[in-house]
Design a protein around this ligand. Sequence first.
Ligand code: MG
Length: 469
Amino acid sequence: MQLFLALALLALFALPSRAADSARPNIVIILADDLGYGDLGCYGHPNIRTPNLDRMAAEGMRFTEFYSAAEVCTPSRAALLTGRYPIRSGMCHDQFRVLRGRSLGQLPDSEITLAEALKAKGYTTGCVGKWHLGVPQFNPGGHPRKHGFDFYFGLPHSNDMDPTPLAPKGAGKLAEQKAEWWNAPLYRDDQIIERPADQTTLTRRYTDEAVKFIRANKAKPFFLYFPSTFPHTPLFASKDFFGRSPRGIYGDVVEELDAAVGKVLDTLRQEKLAENTLVFFTSDNGPWLIMNQQGGSAGLLRDGKGSTWEGGMRVPGIAWWPGKIKAAQTQRTLASTMDLFTTSLKLAGADVPADRPIDGVDIRPLLFGTGTVSREAYFYYRGTRLMAARAGDFKAHFMTQSAYGQPKHEEHPVPLLFNLKVDASETFNVATNHPAVLSQIAQAVEKHKAALQPAPSQLLEVQPLPEKK
Ligand code: MG
């Protein structure tokens, strides 16, 4: 009898398997824009109320050393969706840091996006929110639907691009906004359905679309990429949130985003998809500090968006998958948005592209508590410049530049060295105490650079303005 049972079990597991096929989990990535490391309750903010993200962390895993792969929007998003440092795709530039409102460049067609790779494995793919990897008004090839997404609803670029002549100088910094200052187009699939987009209802509408997408596709595996427009400035919140947060409009906006996350998780629970869905929440880069009170906080980390100091690139990272990821865990191992590419493909049973360097690593052992993940070094780029590298606990800066206000980078012939476990704020340079660490990092950089083939930048060309009559 026991032998029979054993054979029956063996046969069951040996089946090539519809069972394994239906196990392909859904993937949901929610990406905040310019949300700082210190802006959530579960990351120590004293009065921005984020009960849904706090609960997500309590039911899942909160990373303390999670990194975006760039310090500004466009390269960061390119890296997340390709698993590669943006220098490899050309989605970065030293002067023009991101795609602009009239840019003609795009994520090159030769790049394989997470959406394309998952689609090839039978996933339905949707992008709801800010794209910023092409401006379809001027280059149809830059549209999300040309890069693996079946469905798109959102703004093609940042909400402060395309200001109207009515916008005063520095309008993004102001707490009190006027709708007529901004002319951003809202897309549904290939069509512009509203211009200017009513930004006060944007988060609510993104959430509705995300929920609809999940419900419509619940019978088969799906990938939902939900890059929020906010808390990038200008800040707009809907009626239910406006004026409610003690932190002001920035708090209103983050609290509305928190509610959006809550709705997505509730929908997954209601549809009985929670135990077959990985949800990951993170931010594309650190807080935009020059926006004054309308910018967020990197907490104890140094500097913010635009900089390769920790505050520019270390961001919140929360993973949730009830039944698979154990509750209430704090993960202190370094991980990055590029890892979401590799990890998602592994979860889907897809091959990681072998014809090109992929910088993301498979972090399933971290998520599921089954082992460790090794990584020789992590590289911090600003545009095409390799500014810093981290190996283990130590980070070496070869060049530094404050996010804004320091016109030129400063080179460090002897790199600055910080022990991030001891000194997360990068205050105490310990280079003279650790020559061996410096040479280990130098070797990792040599190796990285020797194999690197930078792609030509996509961020240069723009559609000229029409001539004035
Ligand atoms: Mg951003």
